[in-house]
Design a protein around this ligand. Structure first.
Ligand SMILES: [Zn+2]
Length: 534
């Protein structure tokens, strides 16, 4: 017995790193592969996706452990031990409760509710801990690792990582699959799910704790409004100008707003091709100059601080942290809806739900409503609208959009625009019924979208090489009669020759409320008749 306890074995650092990686494949990847198979199409795709995941896991683990071993072999052992023990416990919870270790789960675990989570413990966890955790850890510490030369270990680490990048580029046809399922795959890949999401959790916390720089205090011109001043700002998602009939597209993608007297501005360039970058521009007074990590007080917080009631309904994410009077996800907006004609909680129709009634009931003089749409977010466009809006057929239904004929992909995308147009018309009808209020609606998209032009899909290509489709976004405004009369404006008169889609919203919202401060830029206020007349 004593002899057995004293027994050790020799391995090279490379065999050690590979063995730990293979342990992960053999023991800890069940939830990951199960999910990967469930979201793979039949046939060769499933195989390719799973093989790709194996390569990814081996390369990440080997590269990471060799990097640590370049510093110290003991450090590599300690980290491997922490991974294996944590994995064993995580696997128990993942298999027993079907949980995923995404950022919200990590916030739950690290947040204040840890005591409640002890309710979930069961003696079975000891089996996982001993068999899948302790036994491999004993093997890790029985191994006598020959100390590598630090530069050899470092070079091998970099080499493995470079090989992984080369592999990923060579199999770039899997990217769309990763893009579509990345969040949920990432929440199941042990140990990286909890490593990365714990990092993200603390990063997010630090970011929201960082003091935002307040904008200068503002004043409202004129007396308090007779009736309510209401501004509705719609932050669209991935709707591109190229597919709007207003801008010359051959299909009628906006049939519902034909009689709505919209002020349709020329299309203009988004400030970035991704949601976070564009949200920073639209939501701050800096407009297109804003960096994606801007520290300035965003529009909604600015309004809230000045006594405007701010209602925020969202199916999206990515805006700078803000304070709103009320903030709800679509699913929360329709939570109390009962019956057959309730909107799907995950589609944008949920945001429209009974908005007019809420505004009627409000006692506030000034109200800013913001919607953040899920809109035309790809790649599964066919799931972004209710069935009744499938007017262009047939449609692409797979996330492997490159496999679809381009026209059927465009069909699915165009249906999302038709649905969006229906929602705008419905919203305008609701707003038009509110008595004794000056109302404007402003719509802007965050960025455009590629639908296979030049082999590109989705969005987010670096600006220097992004195609026009990813930049060019629609911009339009609706005003009720009371607002037009009170300002002496007409629909035609406010339309400018050039659109600054990510500069207009902030300053035009200020303008619509008659709000002024040092950061207000009249040239970006479309309701400023003196400027528009020039
Ligand atoms: Zn977006």
């Amino acid at each position: 017995m004593k002899k057995l306890w004293a027994w050790r074995f020799d391995v090279s650092v490379y065999v050690f790193a590979l063995a730990v990686a293979l342990l992960h494949l053999g023991v800890f990847q069940h939830p990951l592969v199960g999910y990967a198979l469930s979201v793979s199409d039949a046939g060769s795709n499933a195989l390719v996706n799973v093989i790709s995941l194996q390569v990814l896991q081996i390369a990440l683990m080997v590269s990471f452990l060799l990097l640590l071993a370049a510093v110290s072999v003991t450090l590599a052992k300690i980290v491997a031990t922490a991974f294996v023990i944590t994995n064993a416990i995580a696997l128990y919870f993942m298999r027993t409760y079907g949980i995923e270790l995404d950022i919200s789960m990590i916030s739950n675990i690290l947040g204040t509710n840890t005591r409640q989570s002890f309710d979930l413990w069961h003696w079975h966890i000891a089996v996982y801990f001993v068999v899948l955790g302790l036994l491999p850890v004993i093997a890790i510490w029985k191994a006598r690792i020959r100390r590598p030369r630090w530069f050899a270990s470092l070079a091998a680490s970099v080499g493995v990582f470079a090989a992984l990048l080369a592999f990923l580029f060579a199999t770039s046809f899997t990217w769309l699959w990763y893009d579509a399922h990345g969040t949920r795959l990432g929440a199941r890949i042990l140990p990286w799910s909890y490593v990365v999401n714990t990092g993200r959790y603390y990063n997010k916390k630090a970011k929201s704790n960082r003091e935002q720089e307040l904008l200068p205090d503002a004043t409202f011109t004129g007396a308090a409004p007779a009736g309510k001043d209401i501004v509705v700002l719609i932050l669209g998602e991935a709707t591109r100008a190229a597919n709007y009939d207003w801008y010359g597209y051959e299909r009628d993608t906006t049939p519902y707003t034909d009689d709505k007297d919209l002020a349709i501005f020329p299309y203009g360039d988004a400030c970035s091709t991704n949601t976070i970058g564009s949200m920073a521009c639209i939501n701050t007074h800096e407009g297109r100059e804003a960096g994606s990590r801007t520290g300035y007080e965003p529009l909604v917080s600015y309004m809230t601080r000045h006594g405007v009631e701010t209602i925020y309904r969202t199916n999206g994410a990515g805006e700078p942290p803000f304070n709103a009077t009320s903030l709800m996800r679509g699913s929360e907006v329709v939570a109390e809806c009962a019956g057959d004609d309730c909107p799907d909680p995950y589609l944008d129709g949920a945001l429209n739900y009974k908005l007019g009634e809420a505004l009627d009931a409000s006692e506030a003089d000034r109200i800013l409503v913001t919607f953040h749409h899920t809109g035309s977010h790809g790649p599964r466009y066919s799931e972004k609208y209710p069935e009744a809006f499938e007017v262009f057929t047939p449609v692409c239904r797979t996330v492997q959009v490159a496999e679809c004929d381009q026209q059927i992909l465009v069909n699915a995308y165009d249906n999302t625009l038709v649905y969006n147009d229906y929602l705008m018309a419905d919203l305008i009808d609701q707003l038009d019924r509110i008595d004794n209020a000056n109302v404007v609606l402003i719509y802007v998209s965050d960025h455009g979208q590629s639908l296979g032009e030049g082999g590109m899909y989705l969005h987010g290509v670096p600006p220097a090489i992004a195609p026009a489709e990813q930049f060019e976004v629609p911009f339009f405004i609706w005003m009720n009669d009371a607002f037009k009369q009170s300002r002496g404006l007409t629909t035609d008169a406010i339309v400018t020759d050039v659109t600054y889609p990510h500069d207009f919203p902030f300053h035009s919202v200020m303008g619509a409320f008659g709000m002024r401060s040092d950061i207000y830029k009249p040239e970006y206020d479309v309701f400023n008749s003196e400027v528009q007349a020039n």
